[in-house]
Structure formats: structure tokens, C-alpha cells
Design a protein around this ligand. Structure first.
Ligand code: ZN
Length: 504
């Protein structure tokens, strides 16, 4: 007779092996996106596929299911939020999903994604949509098949959205997006009908090394722990976790655009602060990461926008930035700089978009994903549909597909479906969480003005980070705010901040 403790230990040992294999896959991906020469692409695709397949086979093995069954009564004897009950609950949720996906399909999908990603990195600078088109068609086909492993959905995107933002469906997202659109469109119209902010002070020559040094200094102040992380350069910045002790970020730099690299760095540091803050005892379990794409994004946007684009932040850091770049910035007054980093404009690139127009970029992508999955939009018509949507929503059209449908990595390295809604859900939640943090610590803005982030970082660690995946996004929102997803705080924040900058 095996005891409950023995069974739990057996489950934990198995989950640790799965987590370690997934980390091996993450290292391979990090290397692919940072230092790997292009010649490594084909073999790397195969290597990532085999590691992914072994992890999947080990996790979805019948033995995992048997242990989860045998531990059900133990789980039910514990409080919902105890570590063991949460571990078993979340592992079971993942297991029930994993067993529905045939291992052969999954490894084929990994391999396809790696090839598609590599081709995209070459085709994008060449503006060669024709080259990625057949790969994207295969991605769409595989995304549909992936959804069909989860029959009974209301919308074919639902299972794919659920992977990223557990518990959300296309209809829920559409509802939130419609409410937001109603508030945002007039705001964008009012602001962009005024004289645009002058951001020429950001477009001077800023040498890469000084930019990197300044970014490092700032995120270290936030609390990003470089003894448990590092920063490298890539095309499309991301954060990745190999273990509690190794949470890395990547960034990119343009020497003629100061904001490009800096806000990408603070953005990714927000993701990394979340991962570095997860309870270390969750290492090797499915609890050891952020709980959803939306909550993750709420944290990157907190540090990128609510903090790094705020007035108190620059009150402290602008003199230091001027000291780092005296030639470029000595004659630029602080107010002019603050307006420049908060310039609102109708633009083409999501990752560089300002806070007011950003969500319109996300809504365009989300709708295109749904249309492709529904079969209402063919991949070959995607470039035109993209341009038409930008024309309709933002009144501008990209001169090429580089800044059109080829600008984001998501569809070229993962599914079509579920890839984008998290960004906007994250913006909405960031304001909800930040309001709660401010209510608990009204001193946060004055601390920020001194370049100190202890109260904010500790509050986030205590209320969000340490829980990892123990709570779902809606449980977390409920614990923190006493309610559900609510756009009101976010709209209030935008109206307050941009109302002061522009006449609204
Ligand atoms: Zn992000």
C-alpha cells in the first residue's frame, strides 16, 4: 500500500521532470531567438520538437492520470488554496487538456512553428509575404485542428483563447472589447485632432551601450534581480524562465529612437518581476509561472506604462538620463520630454503604440484571428484585410506587409487564435491592480518620484506574483479588487492622464 505522501511525492517527481524538460525547450528557444546562427534552424526545430514530445508524453502518461485520481480525496480534504490542493488541481486541469492532444500532432506543430519562425525572420525584412504564406496556411489549418481536439466549444477560437487566458471565451472578449472601443474611439479622435506632441528629442542619436546601461539601471531599481536573470538582444523581445533562479529578458535597440529600446526593456522587466516573484517552493510544478497571458501582460504594462511613462518616474530619472546623454538632452525641458514619451498618434506598430491607441491594434488582430478561424478570411487575403482594418480604425495604411500583417511574431511562431487578447485584458487589469495597490499604499507615486519602488513591488509580490498559477485570473481579480474584469479604472486612468496632457 502506498501512502498519500508517497503518491504525492511520485506526482511531484513526475511534474518536476516535465518542468525540467519544458525548461530545456525554453533554453533552446531562447538560444534560437538570441545567438543561434541561421544555419541551426532546421536542426533546432527538430530538437525543440523532440524535447516537447518527450515532455508531453511523460505528462500525459496514464500514470499521471492515475496519481491525480488517487490524490483526489486528499485534495478535497484540504483548503482550496493550500499549496498541495492547488498543485493537484492545476496539474489535473493541464492533464485533462494535454491528453486530448495527440503527441504526434504536437511535435509536428512544434517543428512547424520553429520553421515558420525562422522563415519569418528572413521574409519579414524582405517584405516577402508570399514566402510565409504557405507556412501561415499550415498554421491556420493546425490551429483549427488544435481547437477541434476540444469539441463542444461555442466558437472555434475558444479552446485557443483558453490556453492563454483560462476561462475566457471569444464572446467574453468581444464584449469587453466592444465596451472599450466605445470609450476609446472618441478619446483617440479628440486627442489626434489636436497638435501632436513633439517627440523629436527621442529621435536623436543615442549610442547603444549607454541606452542598455540606463535601461539596466532602471530595471534593477524596480527590483529585477540580475543574479537570477540576464538581458540579451533579439528581434522580438520576450521574457523566459528556466527556473526560479534564472528568469531572462531580451530587448532591442535603435540608436535613433530612445523610446524603442527603453520601453521594451521596462515592459519585459515587468514580466520578469512577476516570474522572479513566484513562490520559490513552486519550482518544478505547474504552479511556477504567471497565471494567464492577461495577468502577465498586466504586469509588463504596469512597469512599462503606469510606472515608466508616469510624471513622478521622470521627475526622478530624467536628470539621470540627461546626464547619460548630455549632448542630446541637456536643452530639452522635462515637460517636453514627458510629453514626448506620451505622444499619442495613429501609428502602424503595436509594440510602439501609445497607451491610448494601443488597444485598437489588438482589437484588429483579434478580429482577424476570429475571421481566419471561422473561415471567413483566407490567409492569402490577410495582407489586404489588415490594411483595410487599419484604414478603418486608425485611418492609416502601412506601405508594406513588414509593418502590416508580418509585424508580430505570434502567428509565425505559434497558433492563430488566442495570441492577442491578453494584451488588452492586461491593460484593463493593470489599472484595476494598480488602483488596489494605490489604495493600500498611497505613497507609491511619491516613492516613484524618488526612484524607489519598494511599496509597489512588495504589494505586487504579495498579492499577485507569489501565487503563480494557484489562482486563475478571475480568482485573482476577485481576491484583489472584490470584483471581476472592469474597464472603468483603465478608462479613468487614460482620461485623467491624457486629459492633463491634452485638452479633453
Ligand atoms: Zn508583454
Amino acid at each position: 500500500m502506498t501512502t498519500t505522501t508517497e503518491k504525492l511525492n511520485e506526482l511531484k517527481a513526475r511534474l518536476r521532470d516535465v518542468a525540467d524538460l519544458n525548461s530545456v525547450g525554453a533554453v533552446l528557444h531562447w538560444d534560437q531567438a538570441t545567438y543561434m546562427p541561421p544555419g541551426g534552424a532546421v536542426a533546432r526545430g527538430r530538437q525543440m520538437a523532440v524535447v516537447g514530445r518527450i515532455a508531453q508524453e511523460l505528462f500525459s502518461d496514464l500514470a499521471t492520470g492515475r496519481l491525480l485520481d488517487e490524490l483526489r480525496s486528499y485534495e478535497e480534504s484540504l483548503p482550496y488554496d493550500s499549496d498541495d490542493a492547488s498543485l493537484i488541481r492545476v496539474a489535473r486541469r493541464d492533464y485533462e487538456k494535454a491528453v486530448k492532444i495527440p503527441p504526434d500532432f504536437l511535435s509536428a506543430f512544434y517543428e512547424h512553428s520553429a520553421t515558420s519562425y525562422q522563415v519569418w525572420t528572413e521574409a519579414r525584412p524582405a517584405n516577402d509575404f508570399a514566402r510565409v504564406r504557405p507556412l501561415l496556411e499550415k498554421t491556420l489549418d493546425m490551429s483549427r485542428r488544435m481547437a477541434d481536439f476540444f469539441p463542444g466549444y461555442d466558437h472555434i477560437a475558444d479552446p485557443l483563447i483558453d490556453f492563454a487566458d483560462y476561462g475566457m471565451k471569444a464572446a467574453d472578449v468581444r464584449k469587453v472589447f466592444a465596451e472599450l472601443r466605445e470609450a476609446l474611439v472618441p478619446l483617440v479622435r479628440t486627442i489626434t485632432s489636436q497638435e501632436p506632441a513633439d517627440d523629436s528629442c527621442l529621435k536623436k542619436h543615442f549610442p547603444e551601450q549607454q541606452q542598455l546601461a540606463f535601461g539596466r539601471k532602471v530595471i534593477e531599481r524596480f527590483g529585477y534581480d540580475f543574479s537570477r536573470g540576464r538581458q540579451d538582444k533579439t528581434h522580438h523581445p520576450f521574457e523566459t524562465k528556466f527556473s526560479t533562479g534564472d528568469v531572462r529578458i531580451t530587448t532591442r535597440i535603435k540608436e535613433d529612437d530612445l523610446g524603442y529600446g527603453f520601453f521594451s526593456t521596462t515592459h519585459e522587466s515587468g514580466h520578469a518581476l512577476y516570474e522572479q516573484g513566484v513562490n520559490p517552493s513552486f519550482e518544478g510544478t505547474p504552479l511556477n509561472e504567471g497565471t494567464s497571458s492577461g495577468v502577465h501582460e498586466s504586469q509588463s504594462r504596469t512597469w512599462e506604462n503606469l510606472v515608466s511613462r508616469s510624471r513622478p518616474f521622470w521627475e526622478h530619472f530624467y536628470p539621470q538620463l540627461q546626464a547619460a546623454f548630455p549632448e542630446q538632452l541637456a536643452s530639452v525641458p522635462p515637460e517636453a520630454f514627458y510629453r514626448a514619451v506620451n505622444k499619442v498618434q495613429k501609428s502602424l506598430i503595436r509594440t510602439e503604440a501609445d497607451e491610448v491607441t494601443y488597444n485598437l491594434h489588438v482589437m484588429i488582430r483579434f478580429e482577424l484571428e476570429l475571421q481566419m478561424l471561422e473561415g471567413r478570411l483566407e490567409v492569402r487575403d490577410l495582407p489586404e484585410a489588415w490594411h483595410a482594418a487599419y484604414e478603418a480604425d486608425l485611418g492609416i495604411v502601412a506601405p508594406s506587409d513588414v509593418d502590416g500583417c508580418m509585424q508580430d511574431v505570434h502567428w509565425f511562431g505559434g497558433h492563430i487564435g488566442g495570441a492577442f487578447q491578453g494584451y488588452t485584458l492586461g491593460n484593463v487589469m493593470s489599472a484595476q491592480f494598480f488602483d488596489a495597490a494605490l489604495a493600500a499604499h498611497p505613497e507609491i507615486p511619491s516613492e516613484t518620484g524618488r526612484g524607489e519602488f519598494g511599496a509597489l513591488h512588495s504589494w505586487l509580490k504579495e498579492n499577485i506574483y507569489r501565487h503563480g498559477r494557484k489562482y486563475t485570473a478571475s480568482e485573482l481579480l476577485n481576491r484583489v479588487t472584490g470584483g471581476g474584469l472592469d474597464i472603468a479604472p483603465y478608462i479613468r486612468y487614460l482620461r485623467g492622464k491624457f486629459g492633463e496632457l491634452y485638452s479633453l
